[in-house]
Design a protein around this ligand. Structure first.
Ligand SMILES: [Zn+2]
Length: 296
């Protein structure tokens, strides 16, 4: 039986991009040439299908002839235009706040990338620690340590205060380059066969919010994106599973989380493979998973 899997990408970066290392080290970027190799391998084992077809299949109104893949790209980065040159269809999950301010993770990485103080001690409220931005081991805590994880879940006011403190201690800027697709670029992608989904308003993980706040994130983001087509799917920020009923109540047909597994008809949340910057990943991980799911 053919199986269906959803892949989750974030940024698509060039080898020469010297501002990509926080994303590569965190696992939220793949290099353009890696994506190209992965898509070439996928072509041997599966079809790449659109969101509309995926939703028909999950609603059991359409059957797959061959194993299939839905390509999804979270956070709405402008460099996803590179993927649109390589794949005829896919879906961009956009947080509407990016039209007015950077996502918290991007502001955080911008501070690391612009730091004039590159090693020494830091204390951001979780106890002092040593850092050295010149080597991966020396920056691992800043890329994904308790300070950053707590920051991502904080209110916007607390995030602003933490960013000011991080920038002060690193002698850095906090304003990233504009990294995101704008509405006209999203429109162009939609016109060529891509679709847009919601990734919330603020990108706050939903397990840090109340059910009412999650309902509001779902509703407000969908209204903001309505001009780009019917918004039927939402990708949970950071994959945090909470208040799924609240999202269903505002009309989403499909809720996407994370988890290395194929789709299952009737699942409350569909898992997505978080794709690493590894050109052999399709052969080593995705292909065996599709075969395993087909025999389940
Ligand atoms: Zn995200």
């Amino acid at each position: 039986m053919p199986s269906l899997a959803v892949l989750s990408y974030h940024r698509i970066v060039e080898d020469t991009d010297n501002k990509a290392w926080p994303y590569l080290e965190r696992g939220t970027a793949v290099r353009a040439r890696t994506l190209e190799a992965q898509l070439a391998d996928i072509a041997h084992i599966a079809d790449i299908i659109s969101e509309d077809v995926v939703l028909e299949v999950l609603a059991q109104r359409q059957r797959l002839e061959r194993s299939s893949i839905w390509l999804t790209f979270d956070d709405g980065y402008a460099d996803v235009k590179r993927a649109a040159l390589l794949a005829q269809t896919g879906t961009v999950f956009w947080s509407t706040i990016t039209s007015t301010r950077p996502l918290p993770a991007d502001a955080w990485y911008a501070a690391l990338l612009s730091a004039h103080r590159t090693h020494g001690d830091l204390d951001l409220g979780f106890g002092p620690f040593e850092f050295d931005l010149s080597i991966p081991a020396g920056r691992a805590r800043l890329v994904n340590g308790p300070e950053r994880r707590s920051f991502l879940r904080a209110s916007l006011t607390t995030q602003d205060a933490t960013m000011n403190e991080l920038a002060r201690q690193l002698d850095a800027n906090t304003a990233p380059d504009n990294l995101y697709l704008d509405e006209s670029e999203l429109r162009t992608m939609v016109d060529t066969g891509w679709s847009v989904g919601s990734h919330g308003v603020t990108h706050t993980p939903f397990d840090s919010l109340s059910a009412d706040e999650v309902r509001n994130e779902g509703l407000t983001s969908r209204q903001a994106l309505n001009a780009l087509g019917r918004i039927r799917s939402i990708a949970l920020p950071d994959g945090a599973l909470a208040h799924i009923d609240a999202l269903r109540s505002v009309g989403y047909d499909c809720v996407l989380g994370l988890g290395n597994a194929a789709c299952a008809v009737g699942a409350e949340v569909q898992p997505r493979f978080l794709v690493p910057d590894d050109p052999n990943w399709v052969k080593c991980v995705l292909a065996p998973a599709l075969i395993g799911a087909a025999h389940d």
